[in-house]
Design a protein around this ligand. Structure first.
Ligand SMILES: Nc1ncnc2c1ncn2[C@@H]1O[C@H](COP(=O)(O)OP(=O)(O)OP(=O)(O)O)[C@@H](O)[C@H]1O
Length: 227
């Protein structure tokens, strides 16, 4: 499995006690497949993504990313694994206001020291893949919300991640644009072979996913193929 969480538990400090955000959660996502994680507010969805992204080490359990058991890794080793193997799409696009779409992508890869020409070609190819080939020179304020989210997704794919983690990509979009972004994620997952986890409140488009995991109070309540 490209992404594997086994009996993962995570607590946060809560006054003198600890609040349990994840309680023995297991999740397996294969390359080229898309798993949706749904559940009420506060159920642990973002915590699950943070653990899968190696941003937060769990209190207990095992997290394997692209064949690497993350448990023994140092903070620096986790950061390196994240940079090279994990793409993260946050709810808010976090684009830099002064950069064009192409530059938002290029900045990511320049940090990893690839030759500038390859970086430019890759940025262009990914903007084409998300349907924004003709918007490469636009800045965020010159794009719609849906287009900004597409730039965000393309940027997360710049370093060819094995694992793609997506937090509520459609929350700021209307129904039609939300559906288009989920279609795009499903297509990119298959084309690029990522193991993709999509956290969503939006139960409307779950037929596009390969599996649906329902989480409540930090536990997996149901794990089923979508209807
Ligand atoms: N940094 C933190 N410190 C303390 N408690 C936290 C922290 N982050 C989250 N929590 C708590 O952990 C629980 C799970 O939160 P989490 O953000 O994972 O839920 P969620 O399902 O993503 O919610 P939402 O859908 O509202 O974003 C909640 O009770 C939340 O209040």
């Amino acid at each position: 499995m490209t992404l594997s969480l086994t009996r993962v538990s995570l607590t946060y400090p809560d006054g003198d006690a600890r609040l349990t955000a994840l309680d023995g959660v297991s999740l397996e996502v294969a390359a080229g497949s898309l798993t949706a994680v749904v559940g009420p507010s506060g159920s642990g969805k973002s915590s699950l993504l943070a653990v899968a992204a190696t941003l937060v080490p769990p209190d207990r359990g095992r997290v394997v990313v692209a064949g690497t058991d993350t448990g023994p890794l140092s903070r620096a080793e986790r950061a390196e694994l994240r940079r090279t193997r994990v793409g993260i799409v946050f709810q808010q696009p976090n684009l830099l206001p002064s950069l064009t779409s192409a530059e938002q992508l290029q900045v990511m890869a320049h940090l990893s020291g690839r030759p500038p020409r390859r970086v430019r070609d890759r940025a262009r190819e990914l903007l084409d893949a998300v349907g924004l080939g003709d918007k490469a020179g636009r800045r965020p304020h010159e794009l719609s919300g849906g287009q900004r989210q597409r730039v965000n997704i393309a940027r997360a794919l710049m370093n060819d991640p094995a694992v793609l983690l997506v937090d509520e990509p459609t929350s700021a979009l209307d129904h039609e644009r939300g559906a288009a972004v989920q279609d795009l994620l499903a297509a990119l997952t298959r084309e690029r072979g990522t193991a993709t986890v999509l956290v969503t409140h939006d139960r409307a488009h779950l037929e596009r996913t390969d599996a649906v995991v329902t989480i409540a109070d930090g536990r997996v309540r149901a794990d089923r193929a979508p209807v």
